[in-house]
Design a protein around this ligand. Structure first.
Ligand code: HEM
Length: 140
């Protein structure tokens, strides 16, 4: 059973990360579309669907299955696990921040530049590298 749960955990992680890497990229292009244009309205729909249809459910599944794995096999013990959970907290914080940005775009009140979204776009990738090293190498 454990291996099955882990397989579904990794599938949820892939979906979450795909969305977390793509959403700020959409916002880079969205900033460059004039307010009220067809492109801007299309980006709003793409952002909302990506968030509601993929990123939100994938994050919940990742957390639920990850916490089950951490509890059932490791009793929530291990420096690598604590480090991993910390990084996942930060990733979830960025997720929450992006929810706010989707709302701001939906109401035509974005005040951030394309450069800002380009920088934000790199953060989930860096966190993901740290998380994967911690869970697979378990360096401490
Ligand atoms: C709070 C949320 C999470 C918790 C509590 C958690 C916990 C765990 C645990 C306990 C395992 C099993 C490790 C083992 O059997 O050796 C696991 C596997 C895994 N987790 Fe997570 N995880 C979480 C979120 C994430 C995220 C966000 C990612 C990637 C960005 C991730 C990537 C992985 C990968 C790739 C594996 C498979 C490692 C292997 O080959 O054994 N997890 N997770």
């Amino acid at each position: 059973m454990y291996e099955w749960i882990k397989a579904f955990h990794v599938m949820a992680v892939i979906a979450w990360m795909a969305g977390m890497l793509y959403l700020p990229r959409l916002m880079v292009y969205h900033v460059e579309s004039p307010v009220g244009s067809i492109q801007s309205e299309t980006f709003k729909i793409m952002e909302r669907r990506l968030l509601k249809g993929i990123i939100n459910p994938a994050m919940i599944l990742t957390w639920v299955l990850g916490l089950y794995l951490a509890w059932s096999a490791f009793g929530f013990k291990g420096g690598w696990l604590h480090g991993k959970i910390l990084l996942v907290f930060i990733l979830s914080g960025i997720h929450g921040y992006l929810v706010g940005r989707v709302r701001a775009f939906a109401e035509d009140r974005n005040d951030k530049s394309a450069r800002f979204y380009r920088i934000i776009n790199e953060v989930p990738a860096v966190l993901m590298a740290g998380i994967v090293i911690l869970v697979i190498v378990k360096p401490f």
